[in-house]
Write a protein that binds this ligand. Structure first.
Ligand code: PEP
Ligand code: MG
Length: 317
């Protein structure tokens, strides 16, 4: 199976019954982008831009960001890159971004929430992304969106960046939000008119849905992305999106074959994983039938816990 996965790594992945599912890679550096290309990723489903901002005295300027995003796009041979705007917060402090001390940084000023107090930081990043988007397909996404106002404000900043750049809207530019906040999943319909895609970050979505801090071993067993409560949030996004917006998953769950089947069954059409997991994820997609995955996913929504979900999904494995 592994040899087969490797042989077909660069081919697109479709289910047995003919539904194409894009398989992307999550990248946090140009080296990751090269690994993603070697693994046959269809796109970079998540570029964690924090790598450019951490561990230095001043923020990278527009030129430096443009060069870094271009390097990533080139490493991927011109495949689409999904640039996530800066997603830091009190748990990852930056010397040039003074933040108040917070008792609960995961519930505090992070992701898109920081843009309000630091509009120049977002403006520079958007300008760099717009410049790159004139050369190569770019999707732009905003992290930790909880309220429609945050997206509307961010889109206004994007319009300003497009105007400042001066060549009009780049033809391949797509705009989306990460769905990491449960309320955003439940309100997805309100976002649909403003986005091309949703990218569900199951790492944070699980943490917030179950009130179980990611990375805290004491609650790791609770923080299961296959909890029916999390799957219901994914389902809410897929139903709201319908045919009008692509739904992607870029959390770690995308690389779990059991989760992938259920996600595709719910309507997810892009899975983005760490580069080494790309060939196996594509192979998993090729072994699926949406016609089987959809009823299993529906049953998983009413299961009483993650173990029951796994039993439903794994019933022919
Ligand atoms: C997520 O939250 O699932 C995600 C992909 O973002 P990150 O892991 O960078 O927070
Ligand atoms: Mg996240």
């Amino acid at each position: 199976r592994e040899a087969q996965a490797r042989r077909h790594a660069a081919d697109p992945a479709a289910t047995r019954d003919g539904t194409t599912v894009l398989v992307g890679a999550n990248v946090g550096s140009p080296a990751d982008a090269a690994a993603a290309a070697a693994a046959g990723a269809d796109l970079a489903g998540l570029v964690r831009t924090e790598f450019l901002f951490l561990g230095r005295a001043a923020a990278p300027d527009v030129d430096e960001q443009q060069a870094a995003y271009t390097e990533i796009a080139e490493a991927l041979g011109g495949r689409r890159i999904t640039v996530r705007t800066l997603d830091v917060g009190g748990d990852k402090p930056l010397p040039y971004l003074p933040l108040p001390a917070e008792a609960n940084p995961f519930l505090g000023l992070r992701g898109i929430r920081l843009a309000a107090g630091h509009p120049g930081l977002l403006a520079d990043q958007l300008l760099a992304a717009v410049r790159v988007a004139h050369e190569t397909p770019v999707s732009l996404m905003f992290p930790m969106v909880a309220a429609l106002d945050e997206l509307v404000t961010a889109r206004r900043a994007l319009d300003a960046a497009i105007a400042a750049e001066g060549r009009g809207t780049p033809p391949g530019l797509q705009v989306g939000i990460m769905v990491e906040v449960p309320a955003a999943a439940l309100k997805a319909a309100a976002f649909v008119p403003h986005v091309d895609f949703f990218s569900i970050g199951t790492n944070d979505l699980t943490q917030y849905a179950l009130a179980a801090e990611r990375g805290n071993p004491a609650v790791a067993a609770l923080a299961d992305p296959l909890d029916p409560g999390v799957l219901r949030l994914v389902d809410a996004v897929c139903r709201a999106a319908g045919e009008r917006a692509l739904v992607a998953v870029c959390g770690e769950a995308a690389a779990d074959p059991v989760a992938a089947e259920l996600l595709v069954g719910l309507g997810v059409r892009e899975l983005s994983t760490a580069p080494p997991a790309v060939p196996g994820t594509k192979q998993g997609v090729r072994e699926l039938d949406v016609a089987l995955a959809a009823p299993r996913a529906a049953a998983a929504l009413t299961a009483d816990g993650p173990a029951a979900v796994r039993a439903v999904a794994g019933s022919d494995r």
